[in-house]
Design a binder for this molecule. Structure first.
Ligand SMILES: NC(=O)c1ccc[n+]([C@@H]2O[C@H](COP(=O)([O-])OP(=O)(O)OC[C@H]3O[C@@H](n4cnc5c(N)ncnc54)[C@H](OP(=O)(O)O)[C@@H]3O)[C@@H](O)[C@H]2O)c1
Length: 218
């Protein structure tokens, strides 16, 4: 299975690529093909250095990456998520699924606040643009911890989506990372619940001087 990470040169994208490239064909996407290639090379070198294994990671411009993949992860900042989804809508493999980890939030006076576009969750808004099933996942995984291959983060990954097959695919991707547990929350219309966990986590981290927090249901 091929997984393209649009914005794969960024914090979450690189961390996911490092975790997934041992089991899947990972394609790093970027607005720049050259930047994607450099990032892909760095990910291969990091994995070789930490795990001692040779992996294949390719780098392409975002639209090309999305056309080649079975699963496309939209790992760009929320301000650019809808325009990026628009840009991908023509190129994305029509048989693929799109995973949306995007957290729409803004910094208010008291801390971070959930700030979705036009009263829809970000995943719903993206789903209105692309013509493939959208699954909301990965919002609460801290990139720094996820990208450190020397530790196994023991976190839960809440998932929302309307397609059973697409949810199964994403659950299996989560299960491919040791110690992560996928938990289905419900349909995509409930994804606001999951997206809004991240400003909660960030406020708790900042106010209590904690780092790399995530969630675990016990
Ligand atoms: N960081 C985390 O710990 C974390 C955890 C969970 C979820 N998330 C969510 O994951 C998404 C990515 O977060 P991140 O921290 O990885 O972001 P990031 O590092 O700030 O950016 C990711 C990539 O987005 C691309 N990008 C920047 N400006 C863009 C634009 N105007 N149009 C299109 N692409 C643009 C860049 O890639 P190119 O320059 O190569 O195109 C960049 O490397 C966010 O929506 C965030 O809410 C993040």
């Amino acid at each position: 299975m091929k997984i393209a990470i649009v914005g794969g040169t960024g914090d979450l994208g690189e961390a996911l690529a490092k975790r997934l490239c041992s089991k899947y064909e990972v394609i790093v996407g970027s607005r720049s093909a050259e930047k994607a290639s450099v990032a892909a090379q760095k990910i291969k070198e990091d994995v070789k250095k930490t795990l001692g294994t040779e992996v294949v990671v390719k780098g392409f411009q975002n639209e090309m990456a999305s056309s080649l993949a079975d699963v496309v992860v939209l790992a760009v900042p929320y301000e650019f998520a809808l325009e990026t989804a628009n840009a991908l809508s023509k190129s994305i493999n029509p048989n693929s699924i799109l995973v949306c980890p995007v957290v729409p939030m803004k910094k208010g006076e008291g801390g971070f606040e959930y700030s979705p576009p036009n009263s829809l969750s970000m995943a719903q808004a993206v789903s209105n643009i692309v013509k493939v099933p959208v699954v909301a996942a990965f919002h609460t995984l801290p990139a720094e911890r996820l990208g450190d291959l020397s530790v196994q983060p023991d976190f839960d990954v809440p998932i929302c989506g309307d397609s059973k097959e697409a949810i199964e695919t994403v659950k299996n991707i989560v299960l491919s990372i040791p110690n992560l547990r996928p938990l289905v929350v419900g349909p995509l219309k409930l994804s606001y619940l999951v997206e809004s966990l991240t400003p909660l986590i960030l406020n708790v981290a900042i106010k209590n001087k904690l780092k790399n927090l995530s969630i675990k249901f016990v």
